[in-house]
Design a protein around this ligand. Structure first.
Ligand code: IPM
Ligand code: MN
Length: 357
C-alpha cells in the first residue's frame, strides 16, 4: 500500500515522541512491504513563531490531501500570555473543525503489567476497558462567545449548543463501536439542569432505541459519572458525551491506567483523513530530557493504521510489541514508580527491535 501520513510534531515533547512513532511506522512499512510518505508540517506554538498562525494554510492543505494525520502535542508556557492575539490550541481546534472530525475516540484500558502505576487500588481498576466517544466539533467549544462591560467590570459568556444532527452522528459512531465491543453504551449529560442536555438525551435515546435496540443502554449525569469512574470503572464499555464533559472525563479516566503517557486517541469524521494523537499535552517540564513516554504516540500510530488505512495486522503488531516490551519490564520514568527507567529513544528502539524480530 502507498499512503501519505502527515506528521504534525507540534510543541514541547511533541517532536520527541513523534520521532519515535515515525521510526515505528518506517519499521512497519519495511516489514509489511508498504510505502509510507511521512512529511512533517508545523502546527501550534512553533507555527505561530514561524508563520504567525497556529494552523498555517500549507499545513491544513497537506492534511486535507493525506490519508491520515499523526499529531504530537501543542502549547507551552511561551505562548500562554492571555492577551496574545492567538494561541497554539486555536490551531488544534481549527484543524478538528476544518477536517470535520466530530468524533474523538479515547480508549482507556488498564494494562495488567502496570496496575501499580495507578493511583487507585488494583482491585478497583483491574480489567477496566472503556471507550470514550467525545463529540469534538460542537458544544461550548464552538458556540458563540463574547465579553461586554458590566457594573462590576466585565461579563463573559460561552454558549453550549448542539443540534439534532450533531448529536445523532456522534451517538451512531459510539453505538457502532459498542456493537463491536461488549454491547453496552452509556450517554453522559447534565439533563437535570441544561436544556442542551435535554435535547442530547432525547436524541441519543431515539437513535439507540430505533437503530441499535440490541445494545444495553443507559444515561448517567456527568457529576455522577465523575464518581462512578473511580469507584466502578469496570462497569462501563462505551461512553458517549459532549465536547466539554468528554474533555474533563477523559483526563480523569487517564488515571485509571496510571499514566497519560500510554493513552492514544483518534479523531474521525464521516469522510476524509482522521487525526491521531496521544491524549497527553506538550509537557514543558520534560522537553529535551529524553524522558517523555513515546508509547501513547506509538499506540496512536497503531490506531491510525487500523482506522484510516484498514491495516489491522500491522496495528496489532504494534500493540502486541508494546505489550511485550512492557511485560519484559521496560519502563519510562512516568510508569517506573520510582524504579529504574529508560529514555524516550530507548523505548522507541525496543519497539522497533521488537517489530523486526
Ligand atoms: C484535549 C486538549 C484540548 C481540548 C486542548 C489542548 C484545546 O485538552 O485534546 O483534550 O480541550 O480539546
Ligand atoms: Mn483535554
Amino acid at each position: 500500500m502507498n499512503a501519505t501520513i502527515v506528521l504534525l510534531p507540534g510543541d514541547g515533547i511533541g517532536p520527541e515522541v513523534v520521532k519515535q512513532a515515525r521510526r515505528v511506522l518506517e519499521a512497519i512499512a519495511a516489514r509489511f512491504g508498504h510505502k509510507f510518505e511521512l512529511p512533517e508540517y508545523p502546527i501550534g506554538g512553533n507555527a505561530i513563531d514561524s508563520c504567525g498562525n497556529p494552523l498555517p494554510d500549507e499545513t491544513l492543505e497537506a492534511c486535507r490531501n493525506s490519508h491520515a494525520v499523526l499529531l504530537g502535542a501543542v502549547g507551552g508556557p511561551k505562548w500562554d500570555d492571555p492577551s496574545a492575539k492567538t494561541r497554539p490550541e486555536a490551531g488544534l481546534l481549527r484543524i478538528r473543525r476544518e477536517l470535520g472530525l466530530f468524533a474523538n475516540l479515547r480508549p482507556t484500558k488498564t494494562w495488567d503489567e502496570l496496575l501499580d502505576a495507578s493511583p487507585l487500588r488494583r482491585e478497583i481498576v483491574q480489567g477496566t476497558d472503556i471507550l470514550f466517544v467525545r463529540e469534538l466539533t460542537g458544544g461550548i467549544y464552538f458556540g458563540e462567545s463574547g465579553r461586554k462591560p458590566h457594573a462590576s467590570g466585565e461579563e463573559a459568556w460561552n454558549v453550549m449548543i448542539y443540534s439534532t444532527g450533531e448529536i445523532e452522528r456522534v451517538v451512531r459512531v459510539a453505538a457502532e463501536a459498542a456493537r463491536k465491543r461488549r454491547g453496552k453504551l452509556t450517554s453522559v449529560d447534565k439533563a437535570n439542569v441544561l436544556e442542551v442536555s435535554r435535547l442530547w438525551r432525547q436524541v441519543a435515546e431515539r437513535v439507540v432505541k430505533t437503530e441499535f435496540p440490541d445494545l444495553e443502554y443507559n444515561v448517567v449525569l456527568v457529576d455522577a459519572m465523575a464518581m462512578h469512574l473511580i469507584s466502578r470503572p469496570r462497569d462501563f464499555d462505551v461512553v458517549v458525551t459532549g465536547n466539554l464533559f468528554g474533555d474533563i472525563l477523559t483526563d480523569e479516566a487517564s488515571m485509571l491506567p496510571g499514566s497519560l503517557g500510554l493513552l492514544p486517541s483518534a479523531s474521525i469524521g464521516s469522510t476524509g483523513p482522521g487525526l491521531f494523537e496521544p491524549i497527553h499535552g506538550s509537557a514543558p517540564d520534560l522537553v529535551g530530557k529524553n524522558l517523555a513516554n513515546p508509547l501513547a504516540t506509538i499506540l496512536a500510530a497503531a490506531m491510525l493504521l487500523r482506522q484510516s488505512l484498514n491495516l489491522e495486522t500491522e496495528a496489532k503488531a504494534i500493540e502486541d510489541t508494546v505489550s511485550r516490551v512492557l511485560k519484559a519490564g521496560h519502563r519510562t520514568k512516568d510508569i517506573a514508580g520510582g524504579g529504574p527507567s529508560i529514555g524516550t529513544t530507548q523505548m522507541g528502539d525496543l519497539v522497533v527491535a521488537g517489530l523486526n524480530s
